[in-house]
Design a protein around this ligand. Structure first.
Ligand code: GLV
Ligand code: MN
Ligand code: MN
Length: 412
């Protein structure tokens, strides 16, 4: 059996998918259930159907693309990722795992291979937290990590509920039915760009992920007192943005002081009210994202955030309170799936690096109901979540080939 990846087709599909976007190229913005996302989903469905794969959606639009195996009762071998993209993102995050997964299946079809277990491409809904404030919404529901009731309370920036948004997008049915049984997948593999610099720096073409870091995110609300930027004297100020500035730096310091390069903390949103140049900021909302491969270290940064909030609040006479959105445990990949990936790398003669993922992925949650592992390819300068994100054609094709080889081995 000779597996050949159709390089030109795969690369041109990545380009086409990037055109379903609300940003000027090369930037990509594709928020879940936006018109751009819905157009991209329709295009993807037609691609899958061209290859005689069946497509089904669950109640929140997680998309299951199935190549039936000869043993219908056997659990499926899954692969997949996401196609939603944060504002001002690049072309490759998630997309390589979706279109690479589809091409891996097509390459196996062309090779004459016939799977025993069905092989399934899964495209997750809302991996990115942009719309509903929480990442990996689809995989949290698939794995039972988030209850349907909690999911139904989620709203977007316009105040629309998940139910309203999904039904407007054409996805109906009970959210209760999204959860998958624990024996649905025999194995699940996510192909993804590394989103970090290590593979490129060490000139190693592939990373086999052994562990996925623990993410947490929270909103912090700061309330001070507004007023005239000329009239209110400095000693009388209770400026919410100045308090926020101190808190942002305290969060950064706490992450830097952890002693481990795997501790990272980011304040990516700062909303200022009333946001007028001659008005003292009276309210601020910050959104912080804190991660580590080690749960204790991650939680220590969160405790430091609370301690700093208390001291800044006392010193500046502002109120500060935080709202936890999620604090998830790290995930270990399955040694059986890791072994299958490394066996494929060896068979094909490719060097690989065992590594941790400091980005989160749907595989973190899928790992709670299935044996998972991830395959990373390098991305230039480690850039991701920015328009100049780039993965080379050779790396994309190599990752897709290893994925195809591994899907074949696991579904034989
Ligand atoms: C996923 O996009 C992440 O933020 O790690
Ligand atoms: Mn992302
Ligand atoms: Mn991603």
């Amino acid at each position: 059996m000779k597996i050949e990846i159709d390089r030109d087709r795969l690369l041109s599909e990545i380009e086409v998918l990037s055109s379903f976007s609300d940003a000027d190229p090369p930037a990509v913005t594709r928020i879940v259930f936006s018109p751009a996302d819905l157009k991209a989903r329709a295009w993807l469905k037609s691609l899958c159907e061209e290859s005689e794969l069946s497509v089904r959606y669950d109640a929140i639009g997680n998309t299951f693309v199935r190549w039936n195996g000869s043993d219908h009762a056997a659990p499926a071998v899954g692969t997949g990722s996401h196609i939603d993209a944060i504002p001002n993102a690049g072309k490759y995050d998630g997309v390589v795992g979706v279109l690479g997964g589809l091409e891996a299946i097509r390459a196996l079809q062309r090779s004459g291979f016939r799977p025993r277990n069905s092989v399934e491409l899964l495209v997750f809904t809302a991996e990115e937290p942009t719309r509903f404030g929480i990442g990996c919404l689809g995989s949290r529901l698939l794995s039972g990590t988030l209850s349907p009731r909690a999911a139904q309370k989620l709203t977007d920036q316009e105040g629309s509920t998940l139910d309203e948004v999904r039904s407007k997008a054409g996805f109906g049915g009970e959210v209760e039915n999204v959860r998958l049984p624990g024996d649905y997948y025999k194995a699940f593999i996510e192909l993804h760009i590394e989103q970090g610099p290590l593979l490129e720096r060490d000139r190693i073409p592939l990373g086999v992920v052994t562990k996925i870091a623990a993410p947490a995110s929270l909103n912090v609300f700061i309330e001070g007192s507004g007023g005239h930027a000329g009239g209110v004297l400095m000693p009388d100020r209770r400026d919410a943005l100045c308090a926020a500035a101190e808190l942002i730096l305290a969060i950064e310091n706490a992450a830097r002081a952890s002693g481990a390069i795997d501790t990272v903390a980011t304040v990516g949103i700062c909303e200022v009210f009333p946001s007028a140049v001659n008005s003292i900021p009276s309210r601020v909302r910050l959104s912080a994202d804190i991660r580590d491969t080690d749960l204790k270290r991650r939680d220590a940064v969160m405790q430091e955030l609370e301690a700093s909030s208390a001291s800044i609040s006392a010193k500046r006479h502002v109120s500060i309170h935080s709202e936890l959105l999620n604090a998830d445990a790290p995930g270990d990949c399955s040694s059986a799936v890791i072994d299958a990936l490394t066996a494929s790398c060896r068979k094909l003669g490719f060097k690989f690096l065992p590594m941790v993922s400091r980005a989160y992925h749907d595989s973190l949650f899928m790992g709670r109901i299935a044996p998972v592992a991830m395959l990373f390819i390098p991305c230039r300068n480690g850039y991701s979540h920015r328009p100049d994100e780039y993965a080379s054609p050779d790396d994309i094709v190599r990752g897709t080939l290893v994925l195809a080889e591994t899907l074949a081995a696991l579904s034989s």
